[in-house]
Write a protein that binds this ligand. Structure first.
Ligand code: SF4
Ligand code: MG
Length: 332
């Protein structure tokens, strides 16, 4: 079965004061059909930049794809024109974000905005679009959709707005949904309901999802495979069970420690000390996690660890593992 999406050696660069820096640095992954792939890391790790790169929604004149390729259903899409890309967005690949209030237009009704999603890709009448909108709202668990369809975003709760966003994103039955921190702004109970809904839709529509999150709890709930990103690079990749039972990268281990336990009253998340280096301060060689890593060795700031399979189906980029050492005779 050919993958639905392939990202090969992607590099996305941002212009800062006239110089380009890689926010996504040589990242490769595949999304299979009906698969939920998690992309995990703290903010500033390049997760969102990656999704904007796939959608070709990078801020103009600031961000650009500097290398590699994005292949969707066997077709290279990173070089497509805006017009061609518009045919794909919403129809084949769609996206939902963290804060629905910023993605929904406050001056139009829910129904109007849902209908737009149809009109972009289908030739249907207004009446049909309205009926479809009501059915869609119902399918994402909104009660009294006939009423909600005529309401404005501010009249809905955060959870309802995220349901509306999900409805819009699946209006044309995309094959791939990119969900970027879809539940981060919501309280825990609503978060669980939204994840449940996404899972149901994913199964019913046989859709693939790229789920971007900083929250390993969400990953455990939702994902089949996971890639862990740090400072623009993939540092670990495997299936979800293996990741939780046998994390290999020190960064992943620390992220695990930052998961709140359901039965504990956590005042503050135990977070990892230090911060992700900014683009401008990214070290030129070595492991980008070196300044925060409790297991760092002197060579970690001199040798760049290679992402490589360490055990079957489990890749890691860390010099604690033989497989990440550069091969002899190779310059790093
Ligand atoms: Fe830590 Fe070194 Fe591994 Fe980087 S390469 S994660 S600094 S041990
Ligand atoms: Mg982000």
């Amino acid at each position: 079965d050919a993958p639905l999406l392939e990202v090969n050696n992607l590099e996305t660069a941002f212009d800062i004061d006239g110089k380009y820096y890689n926010a996504v640095d040589n990242v490769s992954f595949k999304v299979k059909r009906r698969q939920v792939l998690g992309i995990v890391g703290e903010s500033g790790c390049g997760k969102s930049v990656m999704s904007l790169s796939i959608m070709k929604l990078l801020p103009k004149g600031i961000g650009k794809i500097a290398g590699g390729e994005v292949v969707f259903e066997g077709r290279k899409i990173d070089g497509l024109s805006e017009r061609e890309m518009n045919k794909i967005r919403g129809k084949d690949i769609s996206m939902i974000f963290q804060e629905p209030m910023t993605s929904l237009n406050p001056v139009f009704t829910i129904g109007f905005q849902l209908q737009e999603a149809f009109f972009n890709h289908m030739k249907i009448s207004k009446k049909e679009a309205r009926m479809k909108s009501i059915a869609l709202l119902k399918s994402v668990g909104i009660s009294r959709p006939e009423k909600i369809v005529d309401e404005y975003p501010h009249q809905l709760s955060g959870g309802m707005r995220q349901r509306v966003m999900i409805a819009m994103s699946i209006a044309c039955q995309p094959k791939l949904l990119i969900a970027d921190e879809p539940t981060t702004a919501l309280d825990v109970t609503v978060q669980a309901q939204i994840l449940e809904l996404l899972k149901e839709i994913q199964e019913a529509n046989e859709m693939s999802i790229i789920l971007i999150t900083h929250d390993l709890g969400v990953v455990a709930e939702m994902c089949d495979e996971v890639i862990v990103m740090y400072a623009g690079r993939v540092v670990e990749r495997t299936d979800v069970e293996t990741l939780f039972h046998e994390p290999k990268h020190p960064y992943t281990e620390l992220l695990m420690g930052a998961i709140p336990k359901m039965d504990e009253e956590v005042e503050e998340l135990s977070s990892i000390e230090g911060i992700v280096p900014s683009l401008k301060n990214m070290p030129a060689v070595g492991c980008r996690f070196a300044n925060r890593c409790p297991k760092a060795m002197p060579e970690c700031s001199q040798i760049t660890p290679k992402l490589a399979e360490n055990t079957a189906g489990h890749e890691v980029a860390c010099l604690l593992y033989e497989t990440s050492q550069p091969r002899e005779g190779m310059n790093v």
